[in-house]
Design a protein around this ligand. Sequence first.
Ligand code: SF4
Length: 230
Amino acid sequence: MGVALEKLPGIVERFPGGSVAITRLDQAINLARSNSLWPLMFGTKCCAIEMLMATGASHHDLSRFGAEVARASVRQADLMVIAGAIVKKMAPRMRLLYEQMAEPRYVIATGSCAISGGPFMYNSYTVVRGADEVIPVDVYVPGCPPRPEAFFWGLLTLQRMIREGETIREPGIRRKPVMAALPEDVTIHEIRKEIRGTLIDENVIDVEKSANEKPWAQKVREWIRKASSR
Ligand code: SF4
């Protein structure tokens, strides 16, 4: 019992005045659930090599975190790891897969493509700008691609969120999404807004200003002025 009390603070408590340990049923279930996640085999691009193959191989060994049994059927999975870009044609299928997963279900978006569209965020007519435009995401893991260690950090973040869940089952309840590897008060929406602003600023060309900076443009302008005054 000593080991249980030491390793599971806040989950198992000693009954006052006795040698009995008590816990709440939902806390015990959430603890078990957090340590037995069943990821869905779902990779769409290069990030899948890191997330679904490198992390599962013996060197990094995802099984240390109790989530190594990837399922080919959504009906047996409770964790969707989105690794790669989602194209618009695929988005309805991804939504369908998510809907078919049993509650409670969790989603980790790994890599720039899954978080924001990555290099395809600007001016792409095919790529969805972030998986959370299609399904709710619980944890974002930044990188291109994120290293397996970064993915593990995201997984540990998700496990902590599950353990801190208040109830056993919350159908349809959205958890507050977090960005693994960033302070908790920085949200993905703030980052995305800033990136979009920067992209727009950098791609708006002030023709007048850039013409004034170029000597040849001054000559062209002078030539046009003279030609039109003839
Ligand atoms: S984030 Fe980078 S590594 Fe991952 S799928 Fe996109 S381009 Fe590939």
